[in-house]
Design a binder for this molecule. Structure first.
Ligand code: SF4
Length: 459
């Protein structure tokens, strides 16, 4: 489905728009209230961005340091150049361990590499355990928000789904629905051979990974099965443990409007003693998948500063109307519009940089001050560069003519007079498809001005 078709379908779905309006408005209000509790919000944003910029500038060094620290703590490190390699690494670990079921938590990166399908092909059953992801998996759907994957579903739809898939009695009580999911998932946790999670931050200094969550399922995923596999984009690394202080101020407040999430799991290596909690084996998979290409230029490098809070989605006037599915990418909204073309190639996602009004709301709310509109313009320029042949030639000729006319006042006046007399309307179908082009005024401003001066007797 094209972006336009997806957007049209979303716009005509009153239930979807109601769910989106309710959720994004609520998150924006909670975010504003939580921000007010931070001692120095702007200062924290600046510090976080400075840490990210410094890290990304020396990413090779910090990744080496993280690898060495994590290995010292007992983790086994793996490097994946792309999605295929990451799936192969994780699938192979599963096969060697004879895994039949894996439980998963908190990982957009596994969505990015389409891990579930890859595991299913090897006969391994992946079970999502975040409530939103679980709902999406039961429904055979795809996530539409990076923090709230089932944001497009109403409570009534979820209740009907649980009646059908979990065999519960009909109920519109959110607590009863959550309890039903918890009961079904407990069994899956108990039988899982492997837990697979994402990573919010990885500390180079100590080899620690941090996972933030509210449901307790990430903690179960990472501590109950004997093997834990953590998949992280290479941009998740930060230099020092102390740096977490600033990111812990920003991420929960921006993401869910909380001062802090209910659980913060700090995991350093494997368990040391038989009676300790935690896995016997910890595998950390470092995923590139196009990220190192983004490091090349400062404008694209800033995409890797993203901490996946989702605030830009909730603030975006386009996302708020159409939701995430129309974007046709794992990462929707403004961050998806800049990440996806860089991850999978501009030729496969040329529509995404245009899925924005460039109003700048995303830049204003971003806790790490990513200039998303500047990136969108940068990517639009790449789309134009790639456009071959006639349309590009015509565009160039049109802009040359426009420049020549606008740079010469007399030529401009003469052209406009001719256009007015002959009632010429510029051929701008892409513009006029959605907007009215106002007719030319009977007299130009300069003619009005001169007439005014004449009436006042000024020659
Ligand atoms: S771009 Fe900024 S606002 Fe959007 S998800 Fe990333 S950190 Fe959050």
């Amino acid at each position: 489905m094209t972006f336009e078709a997806g957007a049209r379908a979303a716009l005509s779905d009153a239930q979807l728009r109601g769910a989106l309006r309710h959720a994004t408005t609520l998150f924006a209000e909670k975010r504003r209230a939580a921000m007010a509790t931070a001692p120095d919000w702007e200062g924290a944003r600046d510090r976080a961005r400075a840490i990210k910029d410094e890290t990304l500038l020396h990413l090779d060094r910090y990744l080496d340091q993280f690898t060495a620290s994590a290995e010292r703590a007992g983790a086994r490190m793996h490097w994946a150049r792309d999605a295929g390699e990451a799936c192969e690494i994780i699938g192979r670990i599963g096969e060697v361990l004879g895994a039949r079921t894996v439980v998963k938590s908190k990982s957009m990166a596994t969505e990015e590499i389409h891990l579930n399908a890859a595991l299913a092909r090897r006969g391994i059953d992946p079970i999502e355990t975040d409530l939103g992801e679980y709902i999406i998996q039961l429904a055979g759907d795809t996530p539409s928000h990076i923090v709230v994957p089932a944001i497009h579903k109403t409570k009534a739809q979820i209740a009907a789904l649980f009646v059908e898939k979990l065999g519960i009695a009909p109920s519109d009580d959110a607590a009863a629905l959550t309890a039903a999911a918890r009961l079904a998932l407990r069994r899956r946790f108990a039988e899982a051979d492997i837990g697979i999670s994402g990573v919010n931050f990885a500390v180079a200094e100590t080899g620690t990974i941090l996972i933030l969550e509210n449901e307790g399922n990430a903690r179960l995923t990472t501590s109950l099965p004997r093997t834990h596999i953590a998949l992280m984009g290479i941009e998740k690394v930060i230099p020092r443990f102390a740096d977490l202080e600033v990111f812990l101020q920003l991420l929960p407040r921006s993401g869910t409007g909380q001062v802090l999430t209910a659980y913060q799991s700090l995991l350093t290596g494997v368990k040391r003693h038989p009676d300790d909690e935690g896995p016997d084996e910890l595998h950390i998979v470092l995923l590139d998948n196009g990220r190192s290409r983004m490091l090349a230029a400062p404008v694209t490098r800033q995409s890797l500063a993203c901490i996946r809070c989702g605030a830009c989605l909730n603030a975006c006037p386009v996302y708020r109307q159409i939701g995430g599915h129309a974007y046709g990418s794992v990462y929707p909204g403004p961050i998806g519009a800049i990440l996806t073309p860089q991850l999978i190639g501009i030729e496969r996602s040329a529509h995404l940089p245009y899925a924005s009004s460039l109003c700048g709301a995303c830049r204003d709310v971003c806790p790490v001050k990513i200039d998303i509109p500047a990136l969108l313009l940068h990517l639009r320029a790449q789309v134009i560069e790639q456009r071959a042949g006639k349309s590009r030639l015509l565009e160039r000729v049109a802009f040359r003519c426009y420049t020549a006319i606008m740079a010469r006042p007399r030529l401009y006046e003469w052209t406009m007079r001719v256009a007015r007399i002959l009632r010429i309307v510029p051929p701008l179908p892409a513009w006029t498809k959605w907007r009215d082009l106002r007719p030319l005024a009977p007299r130009s401003f300069r003619e009005e001005w001169r007439a005014g001066l004449r009436d006042e007797g000024v020659s």
